[in-house]
Design a protein around this ligand. Sequence first.
Ligand SMILES: [Zn+2]
Length: 291
Amino acid sequence: MRGILPYMVCGAIVTVVGGAFAKSGSHVVTAQMRANALANVDRYEWAADQQQAAIRAAQPYVEMSDEALWRMVPSQWVPRNCGVHNGNGVGCANCGKEILNVREPQMYMRYAYDRAEHPWKLKCKNCGTLFPSNDYGAFHRSGLDDRGEFDPERADKGLLHNPEHPDPNDPDHMLWVDDGYGLAYSGETLTIIAHYTYSLWRECINATRALAHAWTVTGDPIYAHKAGVLLSRFADIYPNIDYQGFVAANGWGISDGGSKKGHDPRSDLGDADGIEALVGLRRGLRADARG
Ligand SMILES: [Zn+2]
């Protein structure tokens, strides 16, 4: 997988450049608009500030290798759920209802997501406990197929235990363990990993937008290249994405605006912002291919 990855990524970008994106130029964010933006950066402090903000937002993803970006995008069989609790009654598995002391409008907002700092963990904002106890990242890696997509049938179930209690006879051997479908606590199932994955999808999409915006206001093809890596991976993953047969079937929810179809990741790239980002990317990808 590691050996063929650069070919796959480069091949996808060339395909994009020569196929669906084979047009003469951008239409939503035109070359003239981008030239104006760069001229404004030279003339106005506010424009320079906006350019710097765009660069800062994109920087974490520029610093990631192409392979790390490619691997960041989760696939269909990694559970995803907008919420953490099916009900709001039991609270955090460690501090219980004290989590309600955290002033947030929704229960899931009382858990912090930080992929770079705590991969495959959510942190209770009240007691600071990281959930789940098991290393889901190792479990996930053990289940990747030859397309780099997670297959739960392949994954090593032996990794599903609390590492602080390795003895299977220890009553806490499975304490706070989440196999992707939630950890059991006081009669409720807390969908920690599924909410982490939901947040991860949001980050992948927002990262693509941030990179596209940075390209638009700098003209530096590195941003378009990195966004292209993410877009090519989205193209790999989307054919298998199924809201009804997986998210809804598990009784979970994703904000759907009343559509009853869920808020699947693909809809995020179909909205106006996403289209603008894609159109802006086309020219950057061409520059990248030439470079
Ligand atoms: Zn807590």
